[in-house]
Design a protein. Structure first.
Length: 283
């Protein structure tokens, strides 16, 4: 029998080989050749090291889905690197510090949910007191810098929204639009998981729509007063344009949601003015 005359036989052989060699669960390599992911476990929580550097924060005028609060794009310089938790804080990690688990669906390795900004800050304060180190929610700039991992695109992997499926859970691929275990999808180049989906995440900053205009024009004029807090990253209920790196949203500090969680940074760093730089400022 000639295989050339039996295409369905060739297909069957290829399919068997693919399954046998694990092609059906292919995971792309996401670490660039010149990038070494540096990790460390502090107090039972996995962290990745984010190197010092400069990036363009915000989005360009032509980016699809861009919100009015995402500009003007401006350069931000981190003169020192920092540690940030590799995944969203889990229920187990939260309960060990706070002695409670507010999540509606309770599984200790799942990300903790139904935590307000006030709860997240209380977690950081207690962890700091218990450990002797300094922990805090990331600033907006820290969050976007770490999430981008050197990318200037719409997403940390480029501009094609169809590739979100490889890296994150969002409205299109999340089963029943329910929060999933952290770290199942591929990480970004610096080793962070779920920055485009699964849970939206609290940042420590006060939210104002014109924050970038204030920081870009005069770093010392960065917003210091307000009520709402910044929320970053998409969730299992977000559309692709809501998962963009530059997308900004807000919530009251006491607000809680089954699709809202947080990650933390080690060694609390100041927000504006030190870490914001005008677009024309030197490094």
């Amino acid at each position: 029998m000639s295989l050339a005359k039996k295409p369905y036989v060739v297909f069957a052989i290829v399919l068997v080989l693919a399954i046998g060699t694990g092609c059906s669960t292919f995971t792309p390599k996401t670490t660039a050749p010149d990038t070494k992911v540096k990790t460390h476990k502090f107090h039972g929580i996995d962290f990745v090291w984010i190197p010092a550097g400069t990036f363009e924060m915000g989005s360009s005028d032509g980016e699809p889905g861009r919100g009015a609060d995402e500009g003007p794009a401006h350069a931000v310089t981190f003169e020192q690197g920092f540690w940030i938790s590799r995944r969203e804080i889990s229920q187990k990690e939260y309960a060990l510090v706070m002695n409670e688990n507010p999540s509606a669906v309770q599984r200790e390795e799942m990300p903790v949910t139904n935590v307000s900004w006030l709860d997240a800050m209380a977690f950081c304060a207690k962890l700091s007191a218990d450990s002797g180190a300094a922990y805090c929610l990331p600033t907006e700039a820290q969050w976007e810098y770490a999430a981008r991992a050197g990318s200037a695109g719409t997403y940390h992997f480029g501009n094609d929204p169809l590739l979100i499926d490889i890296y994150d859970w969002y409205a299109v691929n999340a089963p029943d639009k329910a929060v999933q275990y952290g770290g199942q999808k591929a990480p970004n180049r610096w080793g962070l998981y779920d920055v485009h989906g699964n849970l939206s995440e609290w940042c420590c900053d006060v939210y104002t729509e014109d924050a970038y205009a204030q920081c870009g024009a005069n770093a010392s004029a960065a917003p210091a007063e307000g009520v709402a807090r910044v929320v970053r990253g998409g969730s299992v209920k977000s559309k692709a344009d809501e998962c963009r790196l530059a997308d900004r949203s807000q919530a009251a500090p006491e607000a809680k949601s089954p699709t809202l969680g947080f990650r933390i940074v080690r060694d609390k760093l100041p927000t504006c003015p030190k870490y914001y730089r005008a677009a024309d400022a030197g490094n």
